[in-house]
Design a binder for this molecule. Structure first.
Ligand code: SF4
Length: 500
């Protein structure tokens, strides 16, 4: 019998079919960029944890993927007789195996015992972490480890980095010993059932649903949906499904298609999505859009930020996951409709916020609307900058007071069936400006990939060629975002604008 890893057992809990596919057809997995990014963050936090739990460097890191699992099990067994911290301790019961992030020796009244710490990159303990520690604890205790206590260490996003590589305080622990130790019978059943599942010769028949993203996005989603009949107009296109009655109607009746939802359960925007998606007809309140924007005189500015939110802060005074803007693109439309552009991008590796704020103040002039798309994001960043830098607080707040949200106009006045219920700029743009394509950009095509490449761009070990590739990709991507805003404004106001 092969030993199932903790992650396989947790996959089984999420969806038995996921486990089956992971074991039988792992080549079908297609992890999203976001999932890959979260793996990277997990590794980064894991590395910091090793320095925090072993400040003197006495600990041993087990590397089963390098030395092989059998060697890792026996290395762990030997180390458990010592009193040094162990990282990635490999433990097996024969039918299940666990790699423990951190094992710290304890000495309870002369009896050697161990504390296990599972390190997570989330900012709070989730319910699925309780399943996770229950499996870890069961495997450790069943294999004879004198486990005294088990904690989950999450990121404390209120902790402020004091600089100089001092990460004491980044992780906050929660003792889950009782929760974990109480569930050993349950875990035994999970392991047995998971083994039965992988004995099946054929792929289990389980439909996709909300479980495909809970607690983790499943990498087999494309595989599973390809095999399922897809509704022509998926009910998931309905924006903002919050009303309990609507949610219940959809789940109680197994509704998959928009056409099956009665109008009286929908709000105005949802009804519009339903009506125009089904009919394939454009909705455009041209006069309304023009009237919404008529009050804003030129010059006008079009602004977009890119930000980074590092799990492990690298700039003194920053919190974990704090959004720090490192780039902006700003188009200016003069009263004669001439367009000019300027941008800011700091890849020096220093905290980019203050120079960005100063350059933004100079670039935005003293008057004129500043159009953004989804005001909450840019506004929050500008208010944060104002809070961080009292010296330039006033001009930053003045910029904030000039922000105008083009998303509000788009939502109220425009819907093209190709938007599929979304007003993200990438969904609205193809209908309004079919000559602009994010897919044509090289390297960076969305905010997630901008965030993902930023750490690489500032890393000392990155080659100059790669750095300039990333720089070009970031500049082109952010510029396209504000070109899109200018084109949107032009379309809504009916004013032709030429952008070089
Ligand atoms: S995509 Fe959904 S149904 Fe398919 S294996 Fe994953 S969780 Fe299960």
């Amino acid at each position: 019998m092969r030993a199932l890893s903790k992650s396989k057992i947790l996959s089984y809990l999420q969806c038995p079919k996921r486990l089956w596919l992971e074991v039988k057809q792992p080549e079908l997995i297609e992890n999203s960029a976001a999932t890959e990014a979260s793996f990277k963050i997990g590794h980064q936090v894991g590395e910091i944890a090793r320095t925090l739990y072993d400040p003197n460097g006495n600990g041993v890191l087990i590397e089963p993927h390098r030395v092989g699992f059998e060697a890792a099990f026996s290395q762990t067994e030997n180390l458990l007789k010592s009193s040094a911290p162990i990282f990635e301790a490999a433990i097996t019961t024969g039918d299940a195996l666990a790699l423990a992030d951190v094992m710290l020796p304890m000495n309870q009244q002369g009896t050697p015992s161990w504390r296990m710490i599972e390190v997570k990159s989330s900012t709070s303990v989730k319910d699925y972490h309780k399943d996770d520690v229950a499996v870890q604890a069961h495997i450790a205790r069943s294999s004879g480890v004198a486990l005294e206590r088990i904690d989950v260490a999450c990121i404390d996003n209120q902790w402020i980095y004091p600089g100089e590589e001092n990460y004491q305080g980044l992780l906050k622990e929660t003792d889950l010993t009782e929760v974990a130790f109480d569930r050993t019978n349950e875990v035994e059943d999970w392991i047995k059932d998971a083994h039965k599942m992988i004995e099946k010769g054929v792929e289990p028949e389980i439909s996709t649903g909300s479980h495909c993203n809970e607690p983790y996005p499943c990498g087999f989603y494309h595989h599973c949906t390809r095999a399922e009949p897809q509704p022509q107009f998926p009910v998931s296109w309905l924006p903002d499904i919050r009303k309990r009655k609507l949610k219940e109607f959809i789940s109680d009746n197994g509704v998959t298609d928009l056409g099956e939802v009665p109008d009286d359960l929908l709000n105005e925007r949802q009804r519009r999505v339903k009506k125009h998606s089904l009919s394939g007809e454009l909705f455009f309140d041209k006069e309304g859009a023009a009237a919404d924007l008529a009050r804003y005189e030129l010059p006008a500015y079009f602004l977009d930020f890119e930000t980074i939110n590092l799990a492990v802060p690298i700039w003194k005074g920053r919190r974990a996951y704090q959004q720090v803007p490192f780039q902006y693109s700003l188009h200016k439309l003069s009263p004669n409709t001439a367009v000019s552009h300027e941008s800011f991008l700091d890849l020096s590796g220093k905290d980019p916020a203050e120079p960005l704020a100063e350059k933004l103040i100079a670039a935005c002039g003293d008057n004129g609307p500043i159009f953004v798309y989804n005001i909450g994001f840019e506004s929050a960043r500008i208010r944060e900058l104002a809070g961080q830098f009292p010296r330039i607080k006033r001009p930053l707040l003045a910029i904030n007071s000039r922000l105008v949200d083009l998303l509000v106009v788009a939502r109220e006045r425009y819907y093209h069936p190709s938007q599929q219920g979304s007003w993200s700029i990438k969904k609205v743009l193809p209908a309004i400006a079919p000559d602009l394509h994010y897919e044509d950009l090289e390297g960076v095509q969305d905010g997630g990939s901008a965030m993902a490449v930023f750490p690489e761009a500032i890393a000392a070990e990155t080659s100059l060629i790669r750095k300039s590739e990333i720089e070009a990709g970031l500049l082109a991507y952010c510029r396209l975002d504000t070109i899109a805003l200018v084109r949107l404004w032009s379309f809504f106001t009916g004013t032709p604008v030429k952008i070089d």
